[in-house]
Design a protein around this ligand. Structure first.
Ligand code: FES
Ligand code: FE
Length: 420
């Protein structure tokens, strides 16, 4: 039995995880191997690389992936590893390059990964045999995902479920107007758990709670008659606006959830006074479209409001640390100072994020104590945390057994449309 299997066997459902699943090197390496190197990962925004040769680099554990657009507009993802003697090629976080030029001996690769220059290798040298090793890449309505596995899990269903709901927000033609980077001293699972529940929201998130209901947030299954009525009315309105509202929650065990939620009366967006902080995004007639939520395990959550969108990307950097990149987007032709104030766009989610990181660091610090024992989850408001544990355990068990299931069971599909 592997160490990891023993740790998973020690897990009790309805309780937080055994300490070593958060803190041990073995669990960290298993997480990289069986979760981050296996699954679709949010990499970045297609609007960040609009032109041929534009690229950005995504770190994934010990790996580095270059995401680059070629002359035909197609986006490629390549391992950032030279085929000569293995040097890292792209050394900046982002840039524009006609060819990816290795800094060591100047082998040059076109954006599609073909080796196009290799000086002093002799006349017989066959450049075609030394393409960059590519990773899989998909564009989900302007959000770029990569997968490092040879055989990636199914992503078609996520694209089919999310695209009609996200596309009207026009992320593909938006602009990123603020990027906040944090190095948080907490295991990535602590950060995901915190995102998966709003048990903590009322006390810790005064700005977030101005605009958001208690119910429906982060998969909280609670409801009451008044909220149900609000939801029914909102779904009818969004349906009439052609927004295709449909809650799709981890169908058949697939690792994503998409859901459009109403905001509190008087709030058309997640701002401090409820008023839009930027012009309507994409094709939206106005900003009053509620708030579209997307989570894609293991490393993304996003809110697409009518006037701005926020994406949060997690990158584990060790058992006790996670790099977090939060980005804010508004429509592509909006002008700072004229159409929006970047600080006002980012305000609610800057505050909320930083409040969360402090909670996560406190949580992780306590988990490291010899006094820590797994504790009970709320059956009313932490169901999504338990669901995350179940998904996580499955990934590790399948990984340890090398028994991957690249497609999700269609018969378990649980699309739920709340429009009535
Ligand atoms: Fe890249 Fe030599 S290692 S050119
Ligand atoms: Fe929070």
């Amino acid at each position: 039995m592997s160490d990891i299997t023993a740790l998973l066997d020690a897990r009790t459902s309805g309780m937080s995880l055994p300490q070593a699943l958060y803190t041990s090197d073995a669990a960290y390496h298993a997480d990289l191997e069986h979760v981050f190197y296996r699954h679709w990962l949010f990499a970045g925004h297609s609007c960040d690389i609009p032109n041929p040769g534009d690229f950005f680099v995504v770190p994934v554990g010990h790996e580095s992936i270059v995401v680059i657009r070629d002359r035909d507009g197609q986006v490629y993802a390549h391992f950032n590893v030279c085929r000569h003697r293995g040097s890292k090629i792209a050394l900046q976080d982002c840039g524009n390059a006609k060819t990816l030029l290795c800094p060591y001996h100047q082998w040059a690769y076109s954006p599609n990964g073909r080796l196009v220059g290799a000086r002093l290798m002799g006349e017989q040298f066959d450049k075609d045999s030394y393409r960059l090793r590519s990773a899989h890449v998909r564009d989900l309505a302007g959000l770029l995902f990569v997968c490092l596995a040879d055989e990636p899990p199914d992503f078609d269903r996520a694209v089919a479920d999310v695209t009609p709901q996200l596309r009207p927000h026009g992320l593909a033609n938006a602009q990123v107007i603020a990027r906040h980077r944090y190095d948080v001293e907490a295991n990535w699972k602590v950060v995901i758990e915190n995102n998966r529940e709003c048990y903590h929201c009322q006390v810790s998130h005064p700005e977030f709670c101005l605009s958001n209901y208690d119910y429906g947030v982060n998969g909280d299954p609670r409801s009451d008659a008044a909220y149900s009525e609000v939801l029914t009315d909102a779904y009818r309105r969004w349906h009439d606006q052609g927004l295709h509202p449909a809650e799709v929650s981890f169908p058949g065990g697939a690792p994503y959830r998409v859901s459009r939620l109403p905001l509190r009366p008087g709030f058309v967006t997640e701002s401090m006074d409820g008023q839009p902080v930027a012009p309507p995004m994409g094709e939206l007639p106005n900003a009053d479209v509620g708030s579209l939520r997307l989570i894609s395990l293991p490393n993304l959550w996003a809110h697409a409001n009518g006037d701005y969108a926020m994406t949060t990307r997690l990158t584990p950097t060790g058992p006790h640390s996670t790099r977090i990149d939060v980005a804010f987007l508004v429509r592509g032709d909006a002008q700072a100072g004229h159409d929006f104030d970047p600080d006002a766009v980012a305000y609610v989610w800057k505050m909320t994020s930083e409040e969360d990181w402090e909670l996560c660091e406190n949580n992780h610090a306590g988990i490291r104590s010899r006094a820590y024992q797994p504790g009970p989850l709320s059956p009313l408001t932490e169901n999504s945390v338990e669901a995350f544990y179940g998904w996580y355990e499955t990934q590790l068990r399948e990984g340890v057994a090398e028994r991957y299931t690249p497609t999700y069971a269609a018969q378990n599909r649980s699309t739920q449309t709340t429009y009535r």
